[in-house]
Ligand binder design. Sequence first.
Ligand code: FES
Ligand code: FES
Length: 166
Amino acid sequence: MEITVTVNGEAHSADVEPRLLLVHFLRDDLGLTGTHWGCDTSNCGACVVWLDGKPVKSCTVLAVMADGHEVRTVEGLAGADGLDPVQQGFMRCHGLQCGFCTPGMMMTARWLIDNDPDPSEKDIREAISGQLCRCTGYENIVRSVRWAAEHEADAENETPDVEVRA
Ligand code: FES
Ligand code: FES
């Protein structure tokens, strides 16, 4: 089937099998490997992206269901002026260890702060409750999201002073 999906503001057309999952379309067809694929059972949340402005597990969405819709992935988080405050929060508060869960966590965090600029620890834990992290114990993820919320305004144009690896 021929589909056109707008990903991070750019329209992508492709001929895909009806059974193709969005996560595989993003990773394999578009090369956007920031979205991770961690399970086959809709449990881990490593694959979270935005579909029309809302976080979804992209392993539960067929690529054809995204036809004509807008997708935002972790590659679309940083702006022209630098990293998103959420990315800076994870960097500064050590919100990751292996980093496998991080793209999905950050996409949920960005959505949460957009919808609740001052989320409590409980709000944050609830927002990420559908996502698993096997490394951090979640404590530093919560701190990272709080940091982002608290520094939303001033972090926007800040350039990080450490090397950031893809
Ligand atoms: S890959 Fe695990 S929930 Fe999507
Ligand atoms: S940092 Fe390793 S799974 Fe979360």
